[in-house]
Ligand binder design. Structure first.
Ligand code: FAD
Length: 445
């Protein structure tokens, strides 16, 4: 039996990051990574396969990243774990021993119990090259695409499929607006306007009752009786943690929320850690379980797990939720709570907003406006959230806001930040959006 010092199950964002971090802290360790799939997709790049990037093979994480870090690779499925013996078994019957193990088994797409979802040409977003190749082929033969779910994945698919040349693209969203879990209403409305300018139809506040075909896919039926012709349906309604292996091996799990871990990323077994989409997460602001599953969170957890395997070094942070996306020419970023979410959670808030060109002077070619909305807790002045929209710098500014949130910065502290600026790269120091939004919020207190 082959025995490793560190055995990683899962080879996507979290698993690979565990390998890289573990190698830095434990240079002499034998590290083995076992993953199911032959080729690993860049998960966040999946929607772009259908437009900008063009095919799954142009959206892969190269195995050279493992080779460079001296992480051995086995492609196989782990089917059971024996915690007492510290071994696991694969679908090919191979047994591997370990000193410490990390589960990075990720998530699987959530498939709603809608009649007809099992029909051909109804696709969930599986992170699997062959599956996505089938979707690509189906799209190339299609005219009418219906996307169920108007979150960032659904909208990215809509935009990219339109770029691919799909004639009719419709997004159906249950909530009153698309992106409502990441943005406040006024920003969602801007996004919906951008979608409609790109000839993407958006139906909000509508539930899909059934997907109908006999047996070839025919149409999607909504709760108001409306029928949407469909050659292909894509389900973009979120993911559920993949806890099967952890559950079957007797680790503490919650089927919907994930594998229980402590702040050092240890599971209920002291020799098994977990990181990424498979873990149970608690909201940074409320401490309650959260649905947030992002590569940014998973890789942070992986760095913590990788460092702590033989000695506790770092504590993980609860997810804030830092998003970014682009729809057409509109970039959107969001970090932390929206105004609506903060109020629903029971906070009294004060808002600061500012908008300015993303370069200075605005006569520099390629300049566009970037607007920032900051949400502060009224009593403490602590930043709870921020949304950014407009120019392509939105993602970077959202990350800056995310850092301010994680450090629990107050509005009066933010205005004393010395934000580096440059004519070609940022807003002017006079009109820097984050500084101005914070000052405007302060003056309302
Ligand atoms: C379309 C799409 C777009 C996204 N865009 C963004 C974005 O822009 N920004 C962002 O931050 N996040 C984004 N996300 C979320 C991000 O992709 C996930 O948070 C990330 O993939 C989680 O990584 P992970 O390694 O935890 O899990 P996964 O990516 O789910 O990988 C799990 C790994 O475990 C392996 N595995 C599972 N079970 C076994 C087993 N029994 N034996 C062996 N191997 C096993 C799998 O084969 C896989 O290698 C997006 C997700 C999707 C689907």
């Amino acid at each position: 039996m082959e025995k490793s010092d560190i055995l990683i199950v899962g080879g996507s964002a979290a698993g690979i990051t565990v390998g890289i971090s573990a190698r830095r802290y434990y240079p002499d360790a034998k590290i083995l990574l076992i993953r199911k799939e032959k080729q690993v997709l860049i998960p966040c790049g999946i929607p772009y396969i259908f437009g900008t990037v063009g095919s799954p093979d142009k959206n892969l994480i190269p195995d050279s990243v493992l080779e460079k870090n001296n992480v051995e690779l086995v492609i196989d499925e782990v089917v059971s774990i024996n915690k007492d013996r510290r071994t696991l078994e694969t679908s090919r019957g191979a047994v591997y021993g370990y000193e410490k193990m990390v589960l990075a088994t990720g998530s699987v797409p959530s498939v709603p119990p809608i009649p007809g979802v099992e029909l051909d040409n109804v696709f969930a977003v599986w992170k699997d090259v062959e599956y996505l190749q089938k979707l690509l082929k189906a799209l190339d033969e299609a005219e009418d695409l219906v996307i169920i779910g108007g979150g960032f994945i659904g909208l990215e698919f809509a935009d990219e499929c339109k770029k691919r040349g799909l004639a009719n693209v419709t997004v159906v969203e249950l909530l009153p607006h698309c992106l409502l879990l990441a943005c406040d209403e006024e920003i969602c409305v801007r996004v919906e306007k951008e979608l409609s300018e790109r000839d993407i139809k958006v139906l909000v506040g509508r539930k899909v009752e059934a997907v109908v075909g006999t047996p070839k896919l025919d149409y999607v039926e909504l709760d108001n009786g409306q029928k949407l012709k469909a050659d292909v349906v894509i389900l973009g309604i979120g993911v559920i943690p993949n806890v099967q292996l952890a559950r079957d091996s007797g680790l503490q799990v919650d089927e919907k929320e994930g594998i229980y871990v402590d702040e050092f990323m240890r599971t209920s077994d002291e020799n098994i850690f977990a990181a990424g989409d498979c873990t149970r997460k608690r909201c940074f602001f409320t401490g309650r379980p959260t649905f947030l599953r992002l590569a940014s969170i998973g890789t942070m957890e992986a760095r913590v797990a990788g460092a702590n395997l033989f000695r506790l070094r770092h504590r993980s942070e609860c997810p804030i939720g830092v998003f970014g996306t682009v729809i057409g020419n509109l970039a959107i970023g969001s970090a932390g709570m929206t105004e609506r979410q903060a109020k629903e959670a029971g906070f009294e808030v004060v808002i600061g907003e500012a908008e300015a060109p993303d370069k200075h002077p605005a006569s520099i070619p390629g300049t566009s406006n970037l607007a920032v909305k900051l949400v502060f807790e009224r009593d403490t002045r602590v930043l709870l959230g921020g949304q950014v929209y407009g120019s392509m710098t939105a993602g970077k500014v959202a990350n800056f806001i995310g850092a301010l949130i994680q450090k629990r910065m107050r509005a009066d502290e933010i205005i004393t930040f010395q934000v580096g600026t440059h004519p070609m790269l940022t807003a002017s120091p006079i009109s820097h959006q984050v500084e101005n939004a914070a000052e405007i919020a302060l003056t309302k207190l």
